[in-house]
Design a protein around this ligand. Structure first.
Ligand SMILES: Cc1cc2nc3c(=O)[nH]c(=O)nc-3n(C[C@H](O)[C@H](O)[C@H](O)COP(=O)(O)OP(=O)(O)OC[C@H]3O[C@@H](n4cnc5c(N)ncnc54)[C@H](O)[C@@H]3O)c2cc1C
Length: 417
């Protein structure tokens, strides 16, 4: 039997592509390596599934930097509110958290996965094969031949939705990249993204378990360090993120660190540094004046600043500024006070690498977007071949951006075949 379309990968992108194609009356074969369908949906958002972000299509596209423009057509076809409607129409209510992240009210990712899968299963002409790891893909006389250990399958069209290579334990081992290359495509080099950062600094490890929310973190060229000030922080930063930062026994984690990790992954040679503004809502000059006003009071720096940042962090920064813990503000040298303020508003943190694909929520890089028609997701090189989801050179920040990209590109591919 020749299917209208074979879709490889039953993740966010493949499931949406299969549903749309099947609802349009196409004969669909969905092949998934795992026993479970939608494994990453099930484990996402700490098993709560952050479905999308409370923004419009332009807001999602912006999260993908310059590659966001590739997503415009897909996001116009399936907007963030369409995704919310999709799951809500299957009986899964959603909620918006303060960060703009949208979750199911139940906080159960399995409800989201079931909602998506139930709708797909209602379509008449769809065959879902789990435990069907694809081993080979070829295009023979205009038809696609896809091999699994069980048998060989044929279809007129093929959608590669096999994801990236992060969290390989979930089945995402980058298999699709080689098939894309075999079918004539090139790849933008891949790197782990949304992954924790590894730091050699002992003081960072000493703060393990401490979370600061919010922080502004920036990635800078080391050579720019002497020039960084509160005023030019955003201008000089290669990239920055305002969110929570978590110190760990190996370095830095939490959304702020993970959002900027792709820069360190792409440039592991060590000429980048992380700089943290622990008080992003405080202006440096007003903070300095406020402290100077208190000089007359017999306060020690720690108690003057208590409440602004957690005491464990303050204790450490006071020490690093060369200030004794019991030293009164009036006794502290201007230079030391200046140093303390500098550390609060722009603390350099040496980074020696990232945790890698094993702990990366997404893969940066992938199938070159220049070779894919953004209006249809069809390959510009191999007719009848389509791409959807993370296999493409698309990686966004934490907050539901990556699922939205996968849902929208999957939807558009399913609509276009
Ligand atoms: C721990 C974690 C938490 C995350 N949380 C969130 C979140 O809350 N919100 C968010 O927006 N994003 C989140 N992400 C990112 C998000 O999961 C991915 O961006 C998204 O799943 C990509 O969808 P996809 O369909 O392109 O790929 P995937 O979901 O990775 O699906 C690809 C599928 O293809 C299958 N496959 C691979 N090779 C083969 C083969 N040879 N044969 C057959 N099948 C194959 C894989 O088994 C997999 O099921 C998280 C990621 C991780 C790792």
């Amino acid at each position: 039997m020749v299917f209208d379309v074979i879709i490889i990968g039953a993740g966010a992108a493949g499931l949406f592509a299969a549903t749309v194609a099947a609802e349009r009356g196409k004969k669909v074969l969905l092949l998934e390596k795992n026993a479970k369908i939608g494994v990453k949906i099930l484990m996402s958002g700490g098993t709560r599934c952050n479905i999308t972000q409370n923004t419009d299509s332009a807001g999602i596209a912006e999260g993908f930097r310059s590659n966001g423009k590739f997503l415009r057509s897909a996001l116009a076809r399936l907007t963030p509110s369409d995704v919310v409607q999709w799951v809500e129409s299957e009986g899964v209510d959603t909620k918006i958290e303060l960060t703009g992240k949208i979750f199911p009210v139940s906080d159960r990712a399995v409800d989201v996965r079931n909602a998506i899968l139930d709708r797909l299963k209602r379509s008449p002409d769809v065959l879902i094969r789990n435990k069907a790891g694809v081993t080979n893909v070829e295009c023979v006389e205009g038809n696609f031949r896809v091999s699994t250990p069980e048998k060989q399958w044929s279809a007129k069209k093929l959608i590669l939705a096999s994801g990236g290579k992060s969290y390989p334990g979930c089945g995402t081992t980058g298999d699709g990249y080689q098939w894309a290359i075999d079918l004539g495509h090139t790849l933008v080099p891949t790197a782990p993204a949304l992954t924790p950062l590894v730091s050699p600094e002992q003081w960072v490890k000493d703060l393990s378990g401490l979370s600061i929310d919010p922080c502004l973190v920036g990635v800078f060229e080391k050579s720019d360090l002497p020039r960084i000030s509160a005023k030019n922080f955003s201008k000089l930063a290669i990239t920055s993120s305002r969110s929570s930062l978590l110190f760990t026994h190996f370095g830095c984690s939490g959304p702020a660190a993970m959002n900027v990790s792709r820069e360190f992954a792409y440039r592991p040679q060590g000429n980048l540094t992380l700089v943290v503004d622990f008080l992003p809502d405080e202006n440096l000059d007003s903070l300095r004046n406020w402290l100077l006003l208190m000089e007359n009071q017999a306060k020690v720096a720690q108690s003057a600043l208590a409440g602004k940042v957690p005491s464990r962090l303050l204790h450490l920064l006071v020490q690093r500024a060369g200030i004794a813990q019991d030293q009164r503000l009036a006794e502290i040298k201007r230079l030391s006070l200046q140093k303390l303020l500098g550390l609060l508003k722009g603390c350099p943190v040496a980074i020696e690498g990232v945790r890698g694909y094993k702990k990366a929520e997404v893969t940066a890089g992938g199938v070159n977007l220049k070779e894919v028609n953004s209006q249809s997701m069809e390959s510009k090189i191999c007719s009848g071949l389509y791409f959807a989801g993370e296999i493409l050179d698309l990686d966004g920040p934490i907050g539901g951006f990556n699922f939205q990209s996968a849902f929208s590109t999957g939807y558009l591919a399913g609509l276009s075949i």
